[in-house]
Design a protein. Sequence first.
Length: 229
Amino acid sequence: MNCQNCDAPVLASDERCGKCGAKLLHRRIFFGAAQKDEFVLTGDEPEYESAERAPDYDPEFPPRSDDSRDRPIVIKDVETAAGRLYGGFWRRLGAFIIDLLMISFLCGLMGIMAYIAYKVGLAGHNRKLSFGNASPLMAFFTFGVVFLTAAYFIVFHGMSGQTIGKFVLRLRVIGSEREAITYRRALLRWIGTVGFGLLSFGVSFLWIIWSKEKRAWHDFLARTWVIRE
């Protein structure tokens, strides 16, 4: 074959012409011969797995690495949030008043049913209800009020962290793990509510005003927070 520049005879294995130094363009291809794969990336070109396909992502939002999928999501603590996220004294007092109204309504229904049942039982023995024989009814009613009140707060707080009053005023009781508390912690919280309330003559509830996290003494005991939703 000849050089395309100077028409000098050259060999098929030559890359350049020996006479003029021009690069040979018409080279023969020998099947079975080893091919040199000399592909070098310059410094300005990114190194991709495939040269035909560019990366499919926005440079401002690079894809996450595989290990980032298993990385836990960090949620800002309630303590570091603004103070408005906590349930304040007056809002919690309003929720408690609503709860007392609901408990009074339920206790009233229970008292009427107990009164009718007790009166019917006395009538079966040809007796009438009087102050002398009303002590069993009063004892049953007192026990029912205490049990119903405790069950109201323990069940609602352990179930969803919200009583009816807290649901109306958009409050929720949560634990240190930022989830609804368990029934055991709700029981401990109720015991602290009654115990600290009686021993401190109500100061344990007023502590909400001075606490940075708006927590009463029973909240510290049960490790709970009351937040606004």
